[in-house]
Ligand binder design. Structure first.
Ligand SMILES: [Zn+2]
Length: 234
């Protein structure tokens, strides 16, 4: 059936939008795509894993609809995706805590820092916002959890794609710092989990862990919504 253009435009107005994951007409996240974010968390070690990376945990594979949802949230301002994405992040955090024997101490989610340019472009620190949403979910599940803005980017970081593991570590070394205001609180008996949207090589998460350790804070795990499937035939 072909409609005249005017009818086509009318249908665009009357019908709901497309799923942010798979683009099928319907709700902003269709049940199938929501299911991808509500899956079982798992260890998400990159291969090779950078030295010092705390045990990483993720829920989804970073491709297809999950990739589209993460990009939609981060780069296209689809704030409504914070709810399903934080569901996955909270599950990954819980998985990390279970694996790391966290004990009864309060949980502090430390989000990976974004550059000033990224914050300006996106109008917000979208990863920090995701961390706050995930902490809220954990609190509603009876866990003493809070997101703490502890990390800061000390200098711009060059794109590390194509670099060797050693070159990547040199590229990132000293790029992340720990805010003085956050140090005491994090040292005083809390369990720290580093959180981000996606783990790829794990290099920036390892640098964040290095910065925290240099400040006397030992992160027990890293948790992300999704992980890229990296296969390095060696
Ligand atoms: Zn969908």
């Amino acid at each position: 059936v072909t409609y005249p253009r005017a009818v086509d435009r009318l249908l665009d107005v009357l019908l709901p939008g497309d799923c942010a994951g798979c683009s099928r007409p319907g709700p902003v996240v269709c049940p199938a795509c929501h299911g991808l974010l509500a899956g079982r968390p798992r260890p998400a070690w990159p291969r090779p894993a950078p030295i010092g990376l705390p045990p990483p945990h993720a829920v989804a594979d970073y491709d297809g609809p999950v990739r589209a949802m993460v990009i939609g949230y981060k780069e296209h301002g689809l704030a409504c995706l914070a709810a399903p994405l934080s569901l996955a992040l909270a599950a990954a955090v819980r998985h990390g805590l279970a694996a790391g024997c966290a004990g009864p101490r309060p949980i502090r989610l430390v989000a990976m820092p974004s550059s000033r340019a990224a914050r300006r472009r996106r109008g917000d620190d979208v990863v920090a916002r995701l961390a706050r949403r995930a902490a809220g979910r954990l609190r509603r599940a009876g866990i003493d959890a809070r997101a703490v803005r502890a990390l800061t980017l000390l200098r711009p970081v060059a794109d590390s794609a194509g670099l060797s593991a050693d070159a990547r570590r040199r590229n990132l070394h000293g790029a992340i710092g720990v805010r003085a205001a956050a140090r005491t609180g994090l040292r005083a008996g809390s369990t720290v989990v580093i959180v981000d949207d996606v783990i790829t090589t794990g290099a920036t998460l390892a640098e964040a862990a290095r910065a925290l350790r240099a400040a006397g804070i030992e992160p027990v795990a890293a948790a992300t919504v999704a992980a890229t499937a990296r296969r390095h035939p060696q």
